[in-house]
Design a protein around this ligand. Sequence first.
Ligand SMILES: [Cu+2]
Length: 468
Amino acid sequence: MAGSDGEGRVSTEPVKDPQHGPENGRFSRRGVLRAFGVGGMLAAAAGTARGQSRAGSTQGVADTPERSPTAVRSLNGWTLPHRMRDGVKEFHLVAEEVDHEFAPGCRAKCWGYNGTTPGPTIEAIEGDRVRIYVTNRLPEHTTIHWHGLILPSGMDGVGGVSQPHLKPGETFVYEFPLLQSGTQMYHPHADEMLQLAVGMMGMFIIHPKAPETTPVDRDFCFLLHNWALHPGSYRPDPSIMQDFDLWTFHSKVFPAIDPLVARSGERVRIRIGNLSMWNHPIHLHGVQYQVTGSDGGRWPESQWRSETTEIVGVGQTRDIEFVAVPGDWALHCHMSHHTMNAMGHDIPNTLGVDQRGVEEKLRRVLPGYMAMGETGMAEHGEHAKHMQGPANTLPMMTGTGPFGAIEMGGMFTLVKVRDDVAPGSFADPGWYRNPKGTVAHRVSRDPNFGAPVRRRPEVSPVGGEVPE
Ligand SMILES: [Cu+2]
């Protein structure tokens, strides 16, 4: 490998950085050097990157003060520290099993990188040369494919095609220049169905070399994924193709997904990548966002388009941007099963079915059984609070807001915008306090209230009535 110093010079310990980026939220060559230069990776491993950030060395690397893109914040995730060696940005990924929590009450043995699924986000600048060590601590071979990156064929990471597999215990090195910018991803290209199904993936953000003409104040990213973690089990089932139990933003489900916090008037970008088995229409309330980019980079402004829902297809990334307006705004997949947690896909439809008597009979063989669904599923969210379900299984829908049950799960979180959010602060500001007179409210409890126009259903006499 040209320019490689071989193995042993980079810590083989997983490097964990609890911070999401530099303190000021900006991402500069100098700042990163200070944070993760000489000794910086060890400092980061000790969780003290911020405290050590001014002690590092900048020797041997030209500074480019005009470059100051906003550091990306990985939702519920983190950014992989790097160090400079001979003008090359060095990263070290460790493929390994991880004990992952989807939300309190639901965890599993998954596979990921450096202790997490997804793996840490790799962040760099167009024109950088990167050297990425990959250590395989899995029980089977793997590779990493740099999804969407323009690179030499031998660096593409397709096991058996572009390189030999990394056997357990081995470390390989990838090295290539970054010839593009945009929201990219990484994942294995070896035993791919299984390794993706158990969580092996990450984001690879490349900032453009030239400053962006319309800069953003906050830059979030997350990956979409699906999991077949059957009720009562602790290992995702890789053989499932459609009936998944968990739908995740960055491997978390509501209510464990971080809110996206911003100050009113700030320009916010959200970068979304999809390495799941479904396409996801991602819908944001409160604004018309602009779709501004993909793994092809930030598109020319003439190609931006206003949407409130954008499908992020499998293997695709999409960047959306908007100017933040005050409120608590839902951000979710619009496939309504994808905003639910585990549910039985094979159970009969009980909507409208009188289940009196059935419940008692079933309880004799299934203690705790609850008949439900006669009038809808909303009651399920209420019962789930006091009824014990199968082990390691989240309620299908959950969450409580200032006005009651939220009845969501899976791919759902909130964009929380306030006038008084401090620059660089991502702390959850709590629930939005609506200005007086701006909340929908009850005007009657009488079902015969008012005189709304209603139509009689037009039905032909053929076939008779719909039975009760
Ligand atoms: Cu979806």
